[in-house]
Design a protein around this ligand. Structure first.
Ligand code: HEM
Ligand code: HEM
Length: 184
């Protein structure tokens, strides 16, 4: 079961979802730790992992979106109200937008601060804007704000998944879990 169907996610879509969910939750913690650590080699190391993981997330979301376009997206269960469908669509769109906007703004901060950097020691990260301190400060602020927005949307997203499972008792959470799943 590689491809998605109208009632279920295929294995690649599930793998993308859960690998990226783990990376993004770790990435929020890493960003907070790196930004707040006292100036020391550990702080530099935390930023190394934060920036490398962030660029990995950007590459993965590009592949994930291609895979999403090449497949049908499972339909939401028939019993859902119009506002619930709209909230699901809007929050998923926001999550995809944030998975792109966060790495891109981080990349801009790194470029504007003129810090040379190799992703996972290997790939030199090219600058996408000229070195400029006010730009770095402003975009760092935007980056932090977007991360806070991401955390908020994720609280709603995870809450909604639990509500589907425990309150509405539909299949929305189960069909995203690893392993084969069949429509009842
Ligand atoms: C850790 C707890 C999480 C749970 C329980 C969870 C649960 C789910 C479930 C059940 C779906 C399927 C919705 C459907 O079938 O229509 C889904 C979709 C989605 N999740 Fe999560 N999720 C979690 C974390 C995350 C994280 C950290 C992200 C990262 C931003 C994320 C991004 C998404 C996106 C973008 C979709 C929409 C997929 C699409 O339509 O292509 N999720 N999630
Ligand atoms: C999904 C991807 C990302 C997430 C969720 C994320 C999240 C965060 C968070 C939560 C902070 C702490 C904000 C604060 O305390 O003010 C932060 C700071 C930072 N991040 Fe990211 N980040 C991501 C990607 C990146 C990437 C790809 C880079 C660079 C290539 C990057 C560079 C930075 C920098 C330089 C800071 C410190 C900003 C400052 O000086 O306040 N981030 N990030």
């Amino acid at each position: 079961m590689l491809r998605n169907a109208s009632d279920s996610w295929g294995a690649p879509a599930k793998l993308f979802h859960w690998v990226m969910a783990a990376l993004i939750l770790a990435q929020i913690a890493l960003g907070l730790m790196a930004a707040n650590w006292r100036l020391s080699p550990t702080k530099i190391e935390l930023f190394f992992w934060h920036k490398s993981t962030g660029m990995l997330i950007l590459a993965l979301v590009a592949l994930r979106l291609l895979w999403r376009l090449a497949n049908p997206t499972p339909l939401l269960p028939p019993g859902m109200a119009a506002w619930e469908r709209a909230a699901a669509r809007l929050s998923h769109l926001l999550l995809y937008a944030l998975m792109i906007a966060l790495p891109v703004t981080g990349w801009i901060v790194n470029s504007a601060s003129n810090v040379p950097f190799r992703i996972f020691w290997l790939i030199p990260l090219p600058a996408i804007v000229a070195p400029d301190e006010p730009t770095a400060d402003l975009v760092a602020w935007v980056h932090g704000g977007l991360a806070a927005l991401l955390a908020l949307v994720l609280v709603a997203h995870i809450g909604a998944a639990l509500r589907h499972h425990f309150v509405k008792r539909d299949t929305v959470l189960e069909r995203m879990l690893p392993g084969a799943w069949r429509a009842p």
